[in-house]
Design a protein around this ligand. Structure first.
Ligand SMILES: O=C(O)CCC(=O)C(=O)O
Ligand SMILES: [Fe+2]
Length: 347
């Protein structure tokens, strides 16, 4: 029901973000951020996000670029990933077609209160929470037998097939990346991969950001770090919005149409004993153009304990984090208490 779309823990609004956007309604107070500082008001030169060519990761120079990107900003634009541009366009197309369906059609896939998967807004845990100007479709892609296929859109009819194929292709890219990340730190190549187990989890979030009349006060996604191991993001092909916090400045992640943005997540920050950084990032809104992005998060299998790789702990770099399992659940518990999970696992 549209009436309670924005409701979880007793917090409710009677309009969806899309309805408010279409009708030109001013965003209600629950969406307003005090101040959104922006690079455009900053006089220093813009900082580019590094570009890493996945097809060159067997070469020392590219490995060093990878290491430097992950240990400074925690983010890079991946090119040479081997996924055809035409396939990425197809993925964007099915996402666009899904979000363009009538509200009643999309609501067949609605996320139930207190659940993670399905279509809707972000989970609301308190009345003080600032809400995101977006709707999403969140689905588990792997392990395959854990898919909740009743939440996978039937329209467009190639949605599920394209999503499955994308998951398979990204799994290969992620394997290459995890091995390269280990090699870049002079570790045995499976040092990170083995912590993900035999049944790593991959979950996708299709993000839809409608135009917003107050981009000066409303965010598409508020500042956060990803709780994943690694997140691979396909940005909108034209509309920008994503920013990464680096050295206290918000850096724009410009659109390179067929590049994939790789963001390190909290769990890899833990496994790398803090050498790799999980960046704080956010999404801005704009007044005229809708934006769609597709984020794929990978995480260790259920109940697998993760922690800093032993070889990355020594006298000069003592162990920064304790071991933890089911970090995703732990992260949510912390979020409910207003705490930051990665801080809570610090020693
Ligand atoms: O839409 C984007 O560019 C980023 C989305 C994001 O940060 C997320 O889904 O975690
Ligand atoms: Fe994110």
């Amino acid at each position: 029901m549209a009436g309670d779309l924005l409701s979880d823990e007793g917090v409710s609004l009677n309009k969806t973000v899309e309805e408010m956007s279409i009708n030109g309604h001013a965003p209600p107070p629950q969406f307003l951020v005090k101040e959104i500082s922006d690079e455009s008001t900053d006089s220093s030169p813009p900082v580019p996000i590094p570009i890493v060519d996945i097809s060159l990761l067997s070469e020392e120079d590219e490995l060093q670029k990878l290491r430097s990107a992950l240990s400074s900003g925690g983010c890079f634009q991946a090119i040479g990933h081997g996924i055809p541009s035409s396939f990425l366009d197809k993925l964007r197309e099915v996402a666009k077609q899904f979000f363009a369906l009538p509200a009643e059609e999309k609501q067949k896939y609605s996320r139930s209160a207190h659940e993670v998967e399905g279509y809707g807004h972000d989970r609301v845990v308190s009345e003080k929470q600032i809400l995101d100007w977006s709707t999403r479709l969140f689905l588990r892609v792997f392990p395959e037998d854990q898919r909740r296929l009743n939440l996978w859109p039937e329209t467009p009819n190639d949605f599920s097939g394209v999503l499955h194929d994308y998951g398979v292709k990204l799994k290969c890219v992620m394997d290459i990346l995890f091995k390269a990340m280990a090699k870049s730190l002079d570790l045995e190549e499976n040092s990170f991969l083995s912590q993900f187990g035999d049944q790593p989890i991959m979950q996708v979030r299709f993000n839809f950001y409608p135009p917003c009349s107050r981009p000066d006060m409303v965010l598409g996604v508020k500042a956060h770090s990803d709780r994943s191991g690694v997140t691979v993001l396909l940005q909108d092909e034209v509309v920008e919005g994503l920013q990464i916090l680096k050295d206290d400045r918000w850096i724009k992640v410009r659109v390179i149409p067929h590049a994939l943005v790789v963001n390190l997540g909290d769990q890899m920050q833990i496994m790398s004993n803090g050498i790799f950084k999980s960046p704080i990032h956010r999404v801005l809104t704009n007044t005229s153009k809708l934006r769609i992005s597709v984020a794929m998060f990978n995480e260790p299998e259920q109940d697998k304990e993760i922690g800093p790789v032993n070889q990355l702990v020594d006298d000069k770099r003592p162990r920064l984090y304790r071991n933890v399992k089911n970090f995703a659940d732990f992260n949510y518990e912390c979020f409910q208490k207003g705490k930051i999970a990665i801080e809570e696992v610090k020693i």
